[in-house]
Ligand binder design. Structure first.
Ligand code: GRG
Length: 275
């Protein structure tokens, strides 16, 4: 359960994203189906964990929410594209996401592929239009996190096309890439926007990404998956690992003088979430 303050952040974010997408649909007329498909996945009940993280980090560093919104939208567009593509027949071939038909089931495979492509491309467009002379460094940081040196690298490792994942250490590395890089970008982006030091902040994102993935594996422990934290550590071991990662993140937040109620709520939300 999230606090009313956090729920208000989600509501405001959704309004901004809806307005932005309506504007983009006007800019690009005649392809309504593409926009239905993009909007279907953008507004189908995602937790908005990454945008909330951007706002919470921004708040801790002294940024007004409006200043963070475009960056949060760019991150959510990349996250949403990754889910659409991850569900495609050539990837996980999933029929259901968030309790509803996956994008390619609801629309078609070609439109789902293109909606994912369009959402990925939307991210640097949003940043370039919103952040003026800061946009170059933001685009560099976010694309580094999302691409061949980050999230996609993690996906390639996960699919078995890269180095073998045969130890806890290599599993941790995989998820630092696949989930942690985008979370790290949520810490680094607001610091870049405010021109504040960011090097150590990325480490917090990697830790949180790892905790997020361990929680996912605990929630999915009924599913057979020999590449999960539950497979490597057992259910109790994975739960203990999640607890120790969570405590480590709280300690690190304190160390960086960022142990705000908003950030602490998000860390606890991950620990206790049911989906
Ligand atoms: C580009 C094909 C492709 C893959 C990139 C991130 C990723 C790799 C694939 C997405 C699938 C996946 C399970 C990734 C792990 C990260 C993760 C736990 C995603 C789910 O994030 P939530 O729970 O999603 O925040 P909601 O539905 O709340 O938005």
């Amino acid at each position: 359960m999230m606090s009313s303050q956090v729920l208000t952040y989600i509501e405001q974010f959704d309004i901004s994203l809806q307005e932005y997408m309506a504007h983009r649909r006007e800019e690009s007329s005649g392809v309504d189906n593409l926009f239905y498909s993009m909007n279907y996945s953008l507004f189908s009940g995602g937790k908005r964990f990454r945008p909330l993280l951007c706002y919470a980090v921004g708040e801790a560093l002294g940024a007004a929410p409006d200043f963070i919104t475009p960056f949060a939208m760019a991150v959510e567009c990349i996250h949403t594209y990754s889910l659409i593509h991850d569900d495609l027949p050539c990837m996980d071939n999933d029929d259901v996401r968030r309790g509803q038909p996956t994008n390619h089931k609801r629309f078609s495979e070609d439109i789902a592929l293109l909606a994912g492509d369009a959402l990925l491309t939307e991210a640097p467009l949003i940043l370039a239009r919103a952040y003026g002379e800061r946009s170059g460094i933001l685009i560099e940081s976010l694309c580094h996190a999302a691409g061949a040196s980050g999230m996609i690298r993690g996906q390639v490792l996960d699919l078995g096309h890269g180095d073998r994942v045969d130890s806890l250490e290599s599993l941790i590395h995989l998820h630092e890439q696949k989930t942690g890089q985008l979370m790290a970008a949520c810490f680094v982006g607001p610091a870049l926007i405010l021109q504040k030091p960011h090097k150590e902040l990325a480490e917090l994102g990697f830790l949180l990404g790892l905790a997020f993935q361990v929680k996912d594996d605990v929630l999915d422990s009924h599913q057979e998956d020999n590449q999960s934290f539950v497979a490597f550590l057992g259910l109790e071991g994975a739960e203990n690992y999640l607890q120790s990662l969570t405590e480590k993140i709280h300690r690190a937040l304190k160390e960086f003088d960022m142990d705000t109620p908003f950030l602490k709520e998000l860390i606890e939300y991950n620990l206790n979430r049911k989906l």
